[in-house]
Design a protein. Structure first.
Length: 95
């Protein structure tokens, strides 16, 4: 029986040892960590100029959005970069 089938039942009782619970938590965290790491590896970072061109705004607007936490930049190698995924979220909201 799968976990989904168990969870769909109205009443279930689960009995685990501490070791089993620890192993289960480790598996969940390991899976979540691998998903997060894959996402970070595939992330593309844009310069201020690239971000401003894609969003069709000037650099002052990017600066203001960063201060307002609307579109936050990150520092990579002493230079400001914007996550393409964050820019795409803004474009999807505005369209």
């Amino acid at each position: 029986m799968s976990i989904q089938e168990l969870l769909s039942q109205q009443q279930i009782t689960v009995s685990l040892t501490g070791e089993q619970l620890n192993e289960f938590a480790s598996q969940i965290l390991s899976g979540a960590r691998s998903i997060y790491e894959k996402k970070e590896e595939s992330e593309k970072y844009l310069t201020r100029k690239q971000a401003s061109e894609i969003l069709d705004v000037n650099l002052a607007t990017l600066w203001r959005w960063n201060n307002e936490n609307y579109l936050c930049s990150i520092e990579i190698g002493g230079k400001r970069r914007y996550k393409l995924s964050d820019i795409n979220k803004i474009l999807k909201v505005e369209v």
